[in-house]
Structure formats: structure tokens, C-alpha cells
Design a protein around this ligand. Structure first.
Ligand code: SAM
Length: 288
């Protein structure tokens, strides 16, 4: 497991805090599948994204992904969206997918709202999927990863995002969850991946190849009622996967963290977001 306080990329230890005044890019408000269909083939160099988790949060808008009653429908929807992402990516592109897991409901049909996290209230809760039992960990990330492999993506790495400051849980019959997955996919067998640029500091201080466990604290953005990316989490994805002056895609833009880090690295971005209020939040955050 990675040691040290935070993932630190040797060539760019300071990059996460360097935000240019106005990152260059485009925010599109709309349904991501419909909007992606309007882009020509091979437009983007890299995609970094985090779709809504299944059944976890109500983003409060019709057409939102994550509110499907059946897990299979959620997986199918994501495969459709990411199929379109694949079409719009250049042939040497990578796709970095952060996706969360969850537990079956155990028979409850709603979830109480959470004072700290307003988006966690749901007025429904999806029933336990066929083949699973109450209290089962669903394994959403791997279900989606296998479905994407079957759709033609190359699954190249499973990164464990270890969160030292993970929320405490009151559970007494399992460990507290303190990680999420970030999968690295490529469109083709050969692809652009700048391994030199993402070397990390090894235990003896000398550079070594980036490891697959990244220790990164969560970085809440007070104005967003949903999980935002910590900038340090997506920095290695963008440094390894995008070229100077290329365009990065985030089809679930939220508060626009991918736009911020793209700007800091001199990349352009396109962000697609269904909720106009969140898009407005992203504009504000980008200083537009
Ligand atoms: C987990 S959040 C992304 C947060 C983002 N990574 C950040 O750093 O702020 C997922 C986002 O997907 C958006 N979303 C849900 N369904 C969508 C759809 N059909 N089309 C576009 N965006 C959608 C939600 O409104 C939410 O902002």
C-alpha cells in the first residue's frame, strides 16, 4: 500500500493548487447521452468522470442516472453512455472511471435524509437485486467494469482510492469503507499514457512507477450536495492521459472539478451536466 500522507507526483507536486483565472472549456447543460451524440468521432483525448452512484443520492431532476429501480438498468445505461464516450475519444485515448459501491437495502423502501448531506435523502429505495440478499455488498464497480469490457473497452488497471479521512460508519459487523475504485480503460490496445510524468516518490525517496493504491483525502466542496472529486485524485489521470492543448471530457461534470484541473494543466475541457444549478455552480467555481 502507498505510504506517505498524500499521493505526490514528482514532476507536479504543486499542480493541484495552481488554478488559472479562467480555464478554457465548455459546459453543456443537458442529458449526457443526447449531448454526446452531437460530437463527432475522435474529438477528445481523455475522459475522467464519476457517474451518480446507484440508488444513493437523489440529484432531484428528471432524467438523472442512478435512480433506476433495477441495477441492470443502471449498468445498461452507463454502458450506453460510455459507448458514446468511446466513439468521441481519439484512438489512443484513456478513460478513467471513478464509481462507488453500495449495500442492498435489506427491505427498506426509502432512505432518511442526512443532515450533513442533503442529497442523501431518497423518497424511494431500489429493491434488492435478484441473486443478492439483504446486507450484501453489491459490487457495482466490478459489474460495470465487466459490462464495459464486454462492450469492447480494454480494462487496464483497477486503482484503489484510499481515503484516510473517510466518513465514520456506525457498523459493528464489518470494516468501515475507506476506499473507492478508479478504473483505467483504454479504447485500443496501444494508447497514450505518460508514465514518466506520473512517477511517484518511493519509500526511499527515489522515483518509481505510479502504484495502484492512491492515498487521497476527500475534498468536500461546501456548496455541492454531492460527492465532488478531490483535485489530487484526478491529477494523475489527467497528467498521464492527456496531452498539452488536448481536450478532456467529463460527461457527469457536477461542480466542474475536471474543468479546474484541466485548466491548471493547460488542457481544454468539455463538461456535460444535467442539472442547470450544478452547471452554474461549476461556472462560479471556474471563475467564469
Ligand atoms: C457524482 S456527481 C459528479 C461530481 C463531479 N465529479 C465533481 O467533482 O463535482 C454526478 C453528476 O452527474 C449528473 N447527472 C446525473 N444524470 C445525468 C445525465 N443523465 N446527464 C448528465 N449529467 C447527469 C448529476 O447531476 C451530478 O452532478
Amino acid at each position: 500500500m502507498s505510504t506517505g500522507s498524500q499521493l505526490s507526483l514528482l514532476p507536479h507536486p504543486e499542480k493541484t493548487t495552481e488554478i488559472p483565472l479562467k480555464p478554457e472549456g465548455q459546459i453543456i447543460v443537458g442529458d449526457t447521452l443526447e449531448e454526446l451524440r452531437k460530437f463527432p468521432d475522435e474529438t477528445f483525448q481523455c475522459c475522467v468522470t464519476s457517474p451518480p452512484y446507484w440508488g444513493l443520492r437523489d440529484y432531484g431532476i428528471p432524467g438523472q442516472i442512478g435512480a433506476e429501480m433495477k441495477l441492470e438498468d443502471y449498468v445498461t445505461k452507463l454502458v450506453q453512455v460510455f459507448h458514446e464516450v468511446k466513439r468521441t475519444l481519439k484512438s489512443d485515448s484513456t478513460f478513467w472511471l471513478n464509481i462507488g459501491d453500495g449495500y442492498t437495502s435489506g427491505g427498506r423502501t426509502w432512505r432518511d435524509s442526512d443532515k450533513k448531506n442533503k442529497g442523501r435523502g431518497m423518497d424511494y429505495r431500489a429493491p434488492t437485486p435478484d441473486g443478492l440478499k439483504p446486507k450484501d455488498l453489491i459490487g457495482v464497480p466490478w459489474r460495470v467494469a465487466f459490462a464495459l469490457q464486454a462492450d469492447g473497452w480494454y480494462l487496464r488497471s483497477e486503482v484503489i482510492w484510499y481515503k484516510p479521512n473517510a466518513q465514520p460508519e456506525s457498523v459493528k459487523d464489518r470494516p468501515t469503507r475507506a476506499h473507492e475504485h478508479v478504473f483505467l480503460f483504454s479504447k485500443n490496445e496501444q494508447y497514450f499514457y505518460d508514465h514518466e510524468a506520473v512517477r511517484e516518490k518511493g519509500d526511499n525517496g527515489s522515483p518509481r512507477n505510479l502504484r495502484s493504491v492512491w492515498q487521497v483525502n476527500t475534498e468536500p466542496y461546501a456548496e455541492a450536495h454531492f460527492a465532488t472529486f478531490p483535485r489530487a485524485l484526478i491529477l494523475p489521470c489527467l497528467v498521464a492521459g492527456s496531452k498539452q492543448d488536448s481536450t478532456v471530457l467529463d460527461p457527469f461534470f457536477g461542480s466542474g472539478t475536471v474543468g479546474l484541473v484541466s485548466g491548471a494543466l493547460g488542457r481544454r475541457f468539455v463538461g456535460i451536466e444535467l442539472n442547470p444549478e450544478y452547471a452554474q455552480l461549476a461556472r462560479k467555481r471556474l471563475g467564469w
